[in-house]
Design a protein around this ligand. Structure first.
Ligand code: NAD
Length: 353
């Protein structure tokens, strides 16, 4: 049988470690490129059956068209989100696969870790103690018990986040374009309109995907409707938040704290060691000056369990496509990843590619 060749873009040493291990079961020929996938680098995919890309690769129209021209059969995203893929350009010509639920625990647990790090000033305490400064002045936080949490997006991660919060004695409000009343009942969570969620939440956590409809969901208008001192957690996608509006909210003290694992212009910085260079992005640089802002480099997913699942499911996705099996993890602009799509059954390649 012909050996299946997969080109990985935007890879780091840890990707290689987990994918090489997962590939023991599949025996594909894996090639790892450090370069990002984009219109200029797409030609490196010549001769490959599948291409695997990550969150900050540019899988826009130009790239997709080039991959189709080269005869690549599958774009295997090794992540859950697919906002950086032009699904319309791919439709009917190349399959797009993703890893929808590799570990909702990794991200939900991380969101909570970020909140408590910032709220209880663990990051500042750590630095102080290392300098023999044992003062606790300025490190005061708040109890989570009795606070109202607003969860935007109650899919896999949002629901695990709600589950984790059960032990804290908080009130849970939720908003989703597709409310899940069963989950609401089980998790003691109330679906409310966004206005109510904004007006009553002490902590707001974003767990919805980025779509063309919700770019800058958290803008100056939304912030103006929030409670004074609200904490915002974004472990979803940077462009859900208008960062300039967030900075204005932080300066006016409307926002009490921001935990950001993603940033709207993250692609030039996140995942890279830029310690030898000045930051050209003035908005990011300003963000990093606030003591009540915690920025991390899109690492919420980064656990051993999640990496193992990502590697195994990505390669299984490629295998399913190449061998004509049922495509449980394919996405197209008609099904949008969430609902039943006629293209997911056996014979799907006839529908999607
Ligand atoms: P999911 O598909 O299980 O759930 C997403 C939920 O959001 C769904 O219930 C959907 O109905 C809802 N939704 C869609 N549009 C919405 C909108 N405009 N307003 C409110 N709700 C909306 O996805 P998931 O696995 O829970 O992941 C959520 C997001 O988390 C992903 O799309 C991705 O962007 C992000 N993510 C980040 C990391 C990280 O490392 N920081 C890792 C994995 C996922």
């Amino acid at each position: 049988m012909k050996e299946i060749k997969v080109a990985f873009f935007d890879t780091k040493p840890y990707d290689r470690e987990f994918f090489d291990k997962a590939n023991e079961k599949f025996g594909f020929q894996l090639t790892y490129f450090e370069t990002r996938l984009g219109p200029a680098s797409a030609r490196m995919a010549a001769g490959f059956d599948a291409v695997s890309a990550f969150v900050n690769d540019d899988v826009g129209e130009e790239t997709v068209k080039e991959l189709i021209r080269l005869g690549v059969k599958v774009i295997a995203m090794r992540c859950a989100g697919y906002n950086n893929v032009n699904l319309a350009a791919a439709y009917g010509k190349i399959l797009v696969m993703r890893v929808p639920g590799y570990s909702p625990y990794a991200v939900a647990e991380y969101a909570l870790a970020m909140l408590q790090t910032l709220n209880r000033s663990l990051h500042r305490a750590y630095n102080r103690i290392r300098e023999n400064n044992f003062s606790i002045n300025g490190l005061i936080g708040f109890d989570l018990r009795g606070k109202t949490f607003g969860i935007i997006g109650t899919g896999k991660i949002g629901r695990v986040f709600a589950e984790l919060l059960q032990g804290f004695g908080v009130r849970l409000l939720a908003y989703d374009v597709y409310p899940n009343q069963e989950a609401a009942k089980a998790l003691h969570m109330e679906y409310v309109p966004l206005e109510k969620l904004y007006a009553e939440s002490d902590v707001i956590s974003l767990h919805c995907p980025l779509t063309p409809d919700n770019v800058h969901l958290i803008n100056s208008e939304a912030i103006s409707r929030m409670k004074n001192g609200v904490y915002l957690i974004n472990t979803s996608r940077g462009k859900l938040v208008d960062t300039a509006a967030l900075i204005a909210g932080l300066k006016s003290r409307k926002i009490g704290g921001a935990c950001l694992d993603v940033y709207e212009e993250e692609s030039d910085y996140f995942f890279e060691d830029r310690s030898g260079y000045a930051i050209d992005d003035d908005i990011l640089a300003r963000l990093l000056t606030f003591p009540n802002v915690l920025v991390t480099s899109h690492q919420a997913f980064f656990t051993r369990e999640a990496m193992t699942n990502i590697a195994e499911v990505t390669l299984q996705n490629v295998s399913d496509c190449m061998e004509g099996r049922e495509l449980v993890n394919c996405i197209c602009y008609q099904c949008d990843g969430n609902r039943q799509c006629p293209g997911k059954g056996p014979g799907a390649p006839a529908c999607h590619a």
